[in-house]
Design a protein around this ligand. Structure first.
Ligand code: SAH
Ligand code: SF4
Ligand code: F3S
Length: 470
């Protein structure tokens, strides 16, 4: 038996073994084996998919941008019912693809696979799936594929939870100039509507030195902007051998030379510290943007949701942040139709939206998730009532965001150029610190660079501008 220093070395060995297999199959086929990863869900999943793709490419697969590939992976989400429906829709199509190309390997992974009822359904009705794994063992992709090609049968490997973090695996970043960086995994909050703690396991933080090493590496490869990822970044570092706060971590990341912008997602209002606000206010690199999910404006519902703050506390916190970080852009997440939501509760939500004046918000219709406490609450809200409230909320948000958008016209701001504008020739699209997009004249060679742009016109939720020197 070969001895390995750590898990990542063991996995690199599997990648080497699979490389031989991929090379043999490519020769038989007469062209390289292709792969595709389709991602559903949040930035955590986007990041996981970059890791999966990194492993596949190390094994010799060539990425293609169609699902008609020799290996197709679905990295799934289950935060709301429609995420599940989407996957089953895709699987219907995939069955036909596999009939045409029986050699095709189909893998399912991610949050949805952590639910036992999903695995049962796939085993029963989607027999053509080759490989199933969850959120805790994505680092094993090469090993699992090896097991699949050796055995010829369906491989299912789901872990309930893990305390392990496997570092130093390959990753293929989607953008050359920005990327997500995990700072912690899992969630301990158990908001009563939410499935995430059940499918992502308990909270565990990465060591600061591993985070810093990864960021230094990507910066040396051209990354200008990082997004620090965690379900509740405010509890970063609590379980480390040498505990450290999120604000302290931010200060360390700030020191990295060549890094220009730092974003993070997601802070929880219940434990957002004064230290964090201060670090943001003083920082040159942390973007002046706070995404602070409120979920509801009703103190009664917030209690039912297990959020540990009241309407008044949320409003006071928002005010404090705005006072100490002038011009901060404020965004949020809101759920409409949580069980028992009355007209009065909903009015409270509208009231907070009006008072905080959000720049934008992600709005969701409450979705019942099996296994969560809210799913068994009896007073589920009528669909038509939810639809009407949802529309009223959107109308109000349109007003608050338009009002905020207007404020920037005439200002000159730093912009990270992300892509060529797909609608107009000779134009590029860049992102402002507040996360909104601006379109202006530019060329392909500028993608990934930071420039100063004067904002000349607002369009409600994006801008037009012109590049200025200096
Ligand atoms: N950890 C983050 C968010 C993770 S999920 C946080 O606490 O803010 C992203 C968003 O999905 C949540 O903020 C919530 O608004 C929404 N969401 C989660 N579960 C939901 C459900 N069952 N129905 C509707 N929206 C939900
Ligand atoms: Fe879900 Fe709440 Fe955890 Fe966010 S903090 S992932 S909403 S349980
Ligand atoms: Fe993200 Fe969906 Fe999982 S929102 S954590 S991919 S359930």
């Amino acid at each position: 038996m070969q001895e390995f220093k750590n898990e990542s070395e063991r996995q690199y060995d599997y990648m080497e073994q699979m490389k031989l297999w991929v090379s043999k199959k490519s020769k038989e086929k007469g062209s390289p084996l292709t792969c595709h990863v389709t991602t559903f869900g949040c930035q955590m999943n986007e990041k996981d998919s970059e890791k999966l793709l990194g492993i596949l490419e190390t094994m010799g697969y060539q990425e293609v941008d169609t699902e008609e590939a020799d290996l197709l992976l679905y990295n799934t989400c289950t935060v709301r019912e429609n995420a599940n429906t989407k996957l089953y829709g895709h699987l219907g199509q995939v069955k036909k693809m596999k009939e045409k190309n029986p050699q095709m390997i189909i893998g399912l992974c991610g949050c949805m696979m952590q639910e036992p009822h999903v695995i049962e359904k796939i085993r029963a009705s989607y027999r053509f799936v080759d490989l199933i794994f969850g959120t805790h063992n994505i680092f094993k992709l090469a090993e699992l594929l090896k097991a699949r090609v050796d055995s010829g049968s369906m491989i299912v490997d789901i872990w309930k939870d893990t305390s392990h973090i496997v570092e130093d695996l390959p990753s293929d970043r989607k953008f050359s100039f920005k990327c997500g960086v995990n700072i912690m995994y899992g969630c301990n909050n158990f908001c009563s509507y939410c499935i995430v703690p059940y499918v992502r396991g308990r909270e565990r933080s990465r060591k600061p030195e591993d985070i810093i090493k990864e960021i230094k590496q990507v910066v040396s490869e051209g990354v200008k902007e990082v997004m620090l990822l965690g379900q509740n970044v405010n509890s970063y570092g609590k379980t480390l051998e040498n505990p450290m706060t999120f604000a302290q971590l931010l200060k360390e990341v700030e020191k990295i030379e060549g890094l220009e912008r730092i974003r993070f997602m997601t802070p929880h209002p219940k434990d957002l510290s004064d230290e964090l606000i201060q670090v943001m206010a003083e920082s040159k690199k942390v973007c002046s943007h706070m995404h602070l999910p409120m979920q509801s404006g009703s103190s009664r519902l917030l209690k039912e949701m297990n959020r540990h703050y009241t309407k008044e506390q949320y409003l006071a916190l928002a005010q404090k942040i705005k006072d100490q970080i002038p011009g901060v852009s404020f965004t949020t997440d809101i759920i409409v139709g949580f069980p028992g939501e009355t007209e009065e509760d909903f009015e409270d939500t509208l009231d907070v939206v009006r008072k905080v004046g959000f720049d934008s918000a992600y709005t969701y219709v409450y979705s019942k998730r099996t296994g969560t406490p809210a799913a068994s609450m009896e007073n589920q809200v009528d669909k038509d009532v939810i639809k009407k409230r949802f529309d009223r909320l959107l109308a109000l948000l349109k007003e608050t965001s338009a009002k905020n958008c207007k404020k920037k016209v005439g200002a000159t701001e730093k912009v990270l150029i992300e892509e060529m504008n797909s609608h107009e020739e000779g134009m590029v699209t860049g992102r402002l610190e507040n996360n909104l997009l601006v379109h202006f004249k530019g060329c392909r060679e500028q993608i990934g660079s930071m420039v100063n742009v004067k904002i000349t016109e607002e369009k409600g939720f994006y801008y037009m501008g012109e590049q200025v020197n200096g």
